[in-house]
Design a protein around this ligand. Structure first.
Ligand SMILES: NC(=O)c1ccc[n+]([C@@H]2O[C@H](COP(=O)([O-])OP(=O)(O)OC[C@H]3O[C@@H](n4cnc5c(N)ncnc54)[C@H](O)[C@@H]3O)[C@@H](O)[C@H]2O)c1
Length: 318
């Protein structure tokens, strides 16, 4: 929920969502309930669907005091951020990279239209494969890298903290640990920096009398990486987790909050230039700032490089 001062600021906040499918609409609903935006615009190639969803949401908006409308790209004008969730999603057994060609060509049409209508906005990309498409959104918008953000491993980091919290029996909010790299199969946990109660995991275990087990940590990492596949196998899609993550990325952008989150941004990683992947970034109304590089160990640095190379290969293959 927004604080009192943030609430007065949000009176002027408009957020546009391109793609009124499962992720787009769940995000609109989460955003509505957060009280962070005064106006939400839904844009979809299927205008009927966008209108129906906007009508339904505007009845919920009655209780949340925001306006929800269906619109077109011109309606992105004045938006503090435009969230892109348009595109095809994974079917059971597919990887995120399997979606690359279809969603890349879709971005080629939609991103220039958003950039024309809202030249000062911040783009927040959720469509998969999110790192490749964050790179594409940067390319097609011509925006500075700070203003093109991919949801990246923010979702995986949330899942990772959830899994670690469950394993150690502590609230995930008290676990400081991040997943970096690709939002996909080459992602990695930054184990050397993970802490609970300000202590590295091994120290936390020895202080609390718990066992530190490499095998258990590998299992936590595996469950984190495979969570989306597990959910898609069962319900055909993921929507609630990602919607909440998108709103939590928007919050510091709207409130100029300087919160640090693992999001995807174009840059140079492990010596690989002009690629997008996730590292912790400071988020505020100007966008995403990568001002403090992580102190990774040699093995982690190598894994970041491999992740960057695998995303770069996907970009070059289009
Ligand atoms: N980043 C993450 O953590 C994360 C999590 C879940 C899903 N996703 C991704 O989000 C995307 C959307 O997933 P979904 O489940 O909402 O799919 P969905 O099929 O429910 O919705 C996609 C929507 O995009 C619209 N669309 C298609 N082409 C369009 C165009 N040219 N212009 C405007 N709208 C267009 C469709 O009409 C549809 O309403 C997928 O790529 C999926 O993989 C990302």
């Amino acid at each position: 929920m927004a604080t009192q001062s943030a609430k007065s600021h949000v009176k002027s906040i408009k957020i546009a969502i391109v793609g009124a499918g499962s992720v787009g609409v769940t995000t609109a609903y989460a955003l509505l309930l957060s009280g962070l935006a005064a106006e939400i615009v839904l844009i979809d190639i299927d205008k009927n669907r966008a209108q129906g969803e906007a009508m339904d949401l505007s009845h919920a908006a009655h209780y949340a005091q925001a306006r929800v409308i269906a619109g077109d790209y011109e309606d992105c004008h004045g938006a503090a951020a435009v969230i892109i969730t348009a595109g095809v999603n994974q079917k059971p057994g597919q990887t995120r990279m399997d979606l690359v060609k279809t969603n890349y060509s879709l971005f080629k049409t939609i991103v220039p239209q958003i950039a024309k209508a809202a030249p000062d906005t911040i783009l927040l990309v959720a469509t998969n494969p999110v790192d490749v498409l964050t790179h594409a959104a940067h390319q097609f918008s011509g925006f500075p890298v700070e203003r093109v953000i991919g949801s990246g491993t923010a979702m995986d980091t949330t899942r990772f903290r959830h899994e670690l919290g469950r394993h150690y029996g502590v609230n995930p909010r008290n676990v400081h640990a991040v997943i970096i790299g690709e939002h996909g199969d080459s992602q990695l946990p930054a184990w050397s920096l993970a802490t609970i109660s300000g202590m590295r995991l091994q120290d936390y275990c020895s202080q609390s009398g718990k066992e530190y087990s490499e095998a258990a940590m590998d299992e936590v990492s595996r469950r984190t990486k495979e969570a989306a596949y597990e959910i898609i196998q069962r319900k055909g899609k993921t929507n609630y987790g990602v919607a909440s993550v998108l709103v939590s990325i928007l919050e510091p952008i709207i409130t100029n909050g300087d919160a640090i989150m693992t999001i995807s941004r174009v840059g140079t990683y492990g010596g690989v230039e002009d690629v997008a992947l996730s590292m912790p970034c400071r988020l505020n109304r100007e966008g995403a700032h990568r001002d403090v590089p992580l102190l990774l160990n040699g093995k982690e640095k190598e894994a970041v490089k491999n992740s960057a190379l695998s995303i770069k290969e996907a970009i070059m293959s289009i």
